[in-house]
Write a protein that binds this ligand. Sequence first.
Ligand code: SF4
Ligand code: ZN
Length: 310
Amino acid sequence: MICNKCHQNSGIYKRNYSGEILCKPCFVISIEKKVKKTMNDFSMVNYGDKIAVAVSGGKDSLSLLYILKKILKGITSDLIAITVDEGINGYRDESIQIVRQFCTRMNIENKIVSYKELFELSTDDAVVLRNSNKISSCSICGTMRRRALDLLAERSEANVIATGHNLDDYIQSFFINLFSGDIDRISWNYPKPVEYGAQCIRKIKPMMGLYEKEIIFYALHKDFPFQTLECPYMHESIRSDIRVFLNQLEESHPGIKYNIYNSVLKVSKGLKIDLTSKQSLKCLICKRESSNKICSVCRTVQMLSHTSGI
Ligand code: SF4
Ligand code: ZN
């Protein structure tokens, strides 16, 4: 099979939803172009933005950091890598090492913060403390991660947080919200960045249009030293089941994930709620913006402290 783009080299990758066959150099270029297109389509970055890239050491975040540095040349050089240490023994230590070395190689500053430092609790601690509460480790960890990333971005004086969510993550989140009846969150999935907090931070997902499989391929071709070890808690979350289900569907109906992605964009756009009409309060504990008297982070930490009797 010959590459459909350059018509010279042998193809190494078939893109199921478009039927394209690409050689290695054309595949690599197509990934970088796709990220650029997504960023343009949804006006993700403006001149003068300072971008904090959430980097965990996995293939998505290392690829994102590399691609952003490359394509944002001339638009902004204000790029910083931010990393959260969730405190998961035997898992996070390796990835933090990878991030440090990768950032040194890329000449990008890296800021790290741990849950222990921010909340006096690691994810490992939370898993022990939750006792009879049915809450999954990923719900606890995800809630704390959002806050940790906000704080890191604020400390870095960044106004944009870029995360490495891919197309698979994006559609999985849609089903998670759909199955839990959380229609507001479905509407938040539309990638029109909303500014929040005192620093008017926006969250962007430049790789949301790329299959996870394509990013793995990209990272392998670029020889990125990404972490392959999975988090020991990941199978507790419903996301894991939805991931398996969607991969099975894609196996028997190639390209279906891409159709779902386009449908999710349309549905979330159609559902778009007016966030400015939502009541904005200040959390009584941490004093940060919240839609309730006590924000979800403080509620989670309180719940864990009560079950442990602290
Ligand atoms: Fe946290 Fe769950 Fe991700 Fe593990 S899989 S790092 S527990 S959100
Ligand atoms: Zn709070």
